[in-house]
Design a protein around this ligand. Structure first.
Ligand code: ZN
Length: 311
């Protein structure tokens, strides 16, 4: 019996969150400040749960521990990837993530390379990726002077844009953005700047300047952006956004039917538009599936836009 696992998201409130995760995907959000849905996650800070089939009720982390054969017998002590939706109704902090070397040494964690596909962006929405400091000294100087306009590389975005953010890249998602995020399974964020915002108790959130300076690459490395290549088949299109050491991200557009071989240890599928079926499972916008390695081919039927992330 080949395994197509339907996943239930773990939702969390954030000071910058909103309610589009309910409006668009009908997720049971805890409040109108819901910032994140961890839709396919083996991470302890937001585990997603299997809701169909023989493993119903188990978390992805438990299944990965007990049945590694369903994941191509890959190595590693934790499920390597994490898929999120992020609803930013306000600006997220300016931040940077460590790479594997730094994270394993200081945080006992994987590093965090991430990739974003913009599901929605209000007119005039910005994104911050990269910076203008040539050296660590220049970086510290910009930070000490509180000169964020001078430091940060900011530009407008549109629905459908894609960004690849290698570890060590300063970035911030800005107000108005709805994102599909594929990343290494890590929750380590070093905050550089939080717009001097205060919480209900009048406190600014903690910053992590020393760690952020230590892990930021200078000069900035620029990941692939909108590096979309299309492979067109009869009745469906595969858009390839990035293929990297950590993760590869695709969008599959189906107009009636597609049959796609599974040559991966697993595939993580997120339906972002339309409705239909995936290997017989009903699939609508917001649904998430893990395709295990015992599935030979994935059969899509209906009208569907699906994000597919794999190693
Ligand atoms: Zn980030």
């Amino acid at each position: 019996m080949a395994h197509v696992l339907r996943m239930a998201p773990a939702l969390s409130e954030k000071i910058w969150g909103g309610h589009r995760l309910k409006d668009l995907y009908n997720y049971p959000i805890p409040s109108n400040k819901t910032g994140e849905a961890w839709v396919i996650s083996g991470h302890k800070n937001g585990p997603s749960t299997i809701v169909n089939g023989e493993y119903k009720g188990m978390t992805l982390a438990e299944l990965f521990d007990q049945h590694r054969e369903l994941f191509g017998n890959i190595e590693g002590k934790e499920f390597p990837l994490l898929i999120k939706f992020i609803d930013a109704s306000d600006d997220l902090s300016v931040q940077v993530h460590p790479d594997d070397d730094y994270a394993s040494k200081y945080e006992n964690s994987l590093g965090k390379t991430e990739a974003w596909y913009i599901l929605d962006a209000k007119q005039g929405t910005d994104m911050i990726v990269g910076h203008h400091a040539e050296t660590k000294e220049e970086l510290k100087d910009f930070i000490e002077r509180d000169d964020w306009d001078g430091l940060l590389n900011k530009f407008p975005i549109m629905k459908g844009d894609f960004f690849f953010i290698p570890a060590g890249t300063i970035h911030a998602i800005c107000a108005g953005t709805l994102v599909y995020e594929a990343q290494q399974s890590s929750d380590i964020t070093y905050r550089l700047y939080d717009y001097h915002r205060k919480d209900d108790n009048g406190q600014e959130r903690e910053l992590h300047i020393d760690q952020a300076v230590a892990v930021t690459k200078c000069p900035a490395i620029i990941g692939e952006t909108n590096a979309e290549k299309e492979e067109v088949y009869d009745g469906y299109i595969i858009h390839r956004f990035v293929k990297s050491d950590y993760l590869s991200v695709y969008r599959i557009d189906v107009t009636s039917k597609a049959v796609i071989k599974n040559n991966n240890p697993f595939q993580l599928l997120t339906v972002i538009e339309g409705h239909g079926t995936i290997n017989g499972e009903e699939a609508v916008k917001g649904d998430n599936f893990v395709i295990c390695s015992d599935v030979d081919e994935v059969v899509y039927e209906g009208q569907l836009e699906v994000m597919m992330t794999t190693l």
